[in-house]
Design a protein around this ligand. Structure first.
Ligand code: HEM
Length: 151
């Protein structure tokens, strides 16, 4: 992890190596836009996002940078997802599983099996890490951060 606490480092050795040949930038855009279209329609997750995100175009552009960095290694994303998620009230393993299920549905529909595998694995691992950080910040002594991995 990077020196900045809670910062996300897409070159983290524990994550699969990003590769530009894995997918095109256009596929990243399609993934992100299709995923958040599903999120916004979801009766459980949709309201959580709508309560926080005032400018969807900006959010989508940021998430395209995030996934372009993690999947293709473009290093455009410079944010810190950990503190952002730590500030969200009421996150649970159940919500993370719902998020991941929508994500998997989206990657499956893209028709690029290599991209699908890599994106699903990354999402699963980052979700586990976000949940782990969340339990440490919000509820010390409760949860060991592995609930997202176990189910
Ligand atoms: C229960 C699951 C999740 C929920 C409810 C959730 C919700 C949110 C919300 C509401 C924001 C916008 C916060 C704001 O701008 O104030 C956000 C930002 C973000 N989320 Fe999530 N998220 C979840 C899981 C994930 C996962 C698994 C990933 C990555 C694989 C992820 C990646 C990001 C990134 C990169 C941002 C932008 C952070 C920044 O501002 O730089 N999220 N999320």
């Amino acid at each position: 992890m990077s020196a900045q606490p809670g910062a996300f480092d897409s070159q983290d050795d524990s994550l699969p190596n990003p590769a530009e040949e894995l997918c095109t930038e256009d596929e990243v855009v399609r993934l992100v836009h299709a995923f958040y279209a599903r999120i916004r329609e979801d009766p459980v997750l949709g309201p959580i996002f709508d309560a926080r995100i005032k400018d969807w175009d900006r959010h989508l552009a940021k998430l395209v940078d995030f996934w372009s960095s993690t999947l293709r290694g473009t290093a455009r994303y410079r944010g810190a997802p950990m503190p952002v998620h730590a500030a969200l009230p009421g996150l649970t393993p159940c919500l993370f599983h719902r998020w991941l299920a929508l994500f998997r549905d989206t990657t499956q529909a893209l028709g690029n099996p290599a991209l699908q595998r890599r994106a699903d694995e990354l999402a699963h691992r980052i979700a586990g890490s976000l949940w782990h950080g969340y339990t440490k910040r919000k509820e010390p002594g409760h949860g060991d951060g592995r609930e997202v991995h176990r189910a």
